[in-house]
Design a protein around this ligand. Structure first.
Ligand code: GDP
Ligand code: MG
Length: 436
């Protein structure tokens, strides 16, 4: 499934210091495969991942997050933006406002008509539902049942087989009966066909709706995109309703449709209850597509594992009195990873207020890091080498002064002293325990 695939993808990045061309390429490939598995159209998935790759390559990963975490964030942001960023409302305009529903048979138009009526009625609007599915006699009854359920009147002409006339008559009826919103439910076919298309096109031309919505079953995966494209070419609809998201649909259709027809998704439908209608939030859908909860915990687990290994390694070095500046630097990174220093301090009860006006930021470590980074690998491994002239060179190279370098050396020596003492103590204790 998707999260194991991403798990694999992020494994490549686990514990690596930076995002490089090589680890990005393999990660991006995995992400693309995962997206396609979540029903995202291949072409769209390719476009998305190409963008992600560009974005990732430009980032410097040294600061506080692992490449895996950064990558997750990049993917999430990219998906959110591709699906429109912000949620978009339905446009209710006109006297009356007219909402026309289109889509294949079984996509959920009639069910959605009832839900939308319910939603608008709750906003204190007077709504009229119109049955324009003239092919299936049961369709009128289905809408009537839903209308009754939500307390909204249903307009129908059982003898009339002309959807253009019915919808025009319904709008006339709405005007006379002071209904402010008219929702027109239409007939769909099992597959795209010419008669259905020209019929709904004629209805649209005749009534000029303020909102034409295309209703599509999210479970239909890749087909959903083609259907959306065909309907959009003929109707130039205003928005999409994605239904049946309560099933195992991964929601990839949302991304593909948005990318291919460039129309916003306005609602999602998540069940047969009249209340199961939601606005479409791009960020939430991005989470769903990514299985974000899973991914984030996976990345965190990977990170934790890495941290534990690192801690074990450093412990060993301390025990062997080999702790050096490389280890010191790595410890600094660990501390920084815990987050913003000010936030950390703010979490200590009582400290938040007291520290409010005091500047502490992540820059606090900068001079120390700069000094350590000015050392040669040999100097980092063997701090004893750092005599007066080398220290002066470090001060110059790091943009600090000799005082700061000396301070750091002193702190470091103190640390090593404490470590040595602790080692001795634990050895003595261990020895004594052994004797006993
Ligand atoms: P229409 O042919 O486009 O009017 O589709 P319908 O509204 O009649 O829906 C077709 C079937 O899908 C019906 O059995 C509905 O109960 C069901 N359905 C519609 N929307 C949803 C949804 O969001 N979730 C689920 N699980 N079923 C739905
Ligand atoms: Mg129907």
């Amino acid at each position: 499934n998707l999260s194991t695939k991403l798990d694999r993808a992020f494994k490549t990045l686990k514990g690596q210091g930076s995002i490089t061309e090589i680890n990005v390429a393999s990660t991006v490939k995995e992400i693309r495969r995962a997206l396609v598995d979540a029903d995202v159209n291949y072409k769209v998935a390719k476009e998305v991942t190409d963008k992600i790759k560009d974005e990732a390559m430009g980032r410097d990963v040294l600061i506080s997050v692992s490449p895996g975490q950064l990558m997750t964030k990049i993917v999430y942001d990219e998906l959110t933006e591709l699906m429109g960023g912000e949620k978009q409302d339905i446009v209710i305009k006109g006297e009356p406002a007219v909402v026309l529903l289109s889509g294949l048979q079984g996509s959920g138009k009639t069910t959605f008509a009832g839900k939308l009526a319910n939603y608008l009625k709750k906003q204190n609007r007077s709504v009229l539902l119109v049955a324009c599915d003239v092919y299936r006699p049961a369709a009128i009854d289905q809408l009537k049942v839903l209308g009754e359920q939500v307390g909204v009147e249903v307009y129908s002409e059982p003898e009339n087989k002309n959807p253009v006339q019915i919808s025009q008559n319904a709008i006339e009826y709405a005007r006379k009966n002071s209904k402010r919103v008219v929702i027109i439910d239409t007939a769909g076919r099992l597959a795209v066909d010419e008669q259905m298309m020209s019929e709904i096109e004629a209805v649209k031309r005749a009534i000029n709706p303020s909102e034409t919505l295309f209703v599509v079953d999210s479970m239909t995966g890749q087909d959903a995109v083609n259907t959306a494209k065909t309907f959009n070419d003929r109707l130039n609809f205003d928005g999409v309703v994605l239904t049946k998201l309560d099933g195992d649909s991964r929601g990839g259709a949302a991304l593909s449709i948005r990318a291919v027809v460039e129309k916003p998704i306005k609602f999602i439908s998540t069940g047969e209850k009249m209340e199961a209608l939601d606005m479409f939030y791009p960020d939430r859908m991005a989470q769903r597509i990514l299985g974000m909860g899973d991914v984030i915990s996976l990345v965190e687990r990977a990170q934790q594992q890495f941290d534990e290994e690192e801690a074990k390694r450093i412990n060993q070095k301390i025990r062997k009195n080999q702790f050096n500046f490389d280890d010191f630097l790595s410890q600094l990174e660990q501390i920084k990873k815990m987050g913003n220093l000010k936030d950390l301090v703010g979490m200590i009860p009582g400290m938040g207020k007291a520290m409010k006006d005091i500047e502490i930021d992540d820059d606090a470590f900068k001079p120390i890091e700069a000094i350590i980074k000015s050392m040669t690998p040999k100097e980092r491994a063997q701090p004893e080498l750092l005599n007066g002239s080398r220290r002066r060179r470090l001060a110059k190279g790091s943009g600090t002064d000799i005082q700061q370098v000396n301070n750091l050396m002193k702190q470091f020596e103190d640390m090593r002293k404490v470590m040595r003492t602790m080692n001795k103590m634990s050895q003595t204790k261990g020895g004594m325990q052994q004797m006993a």
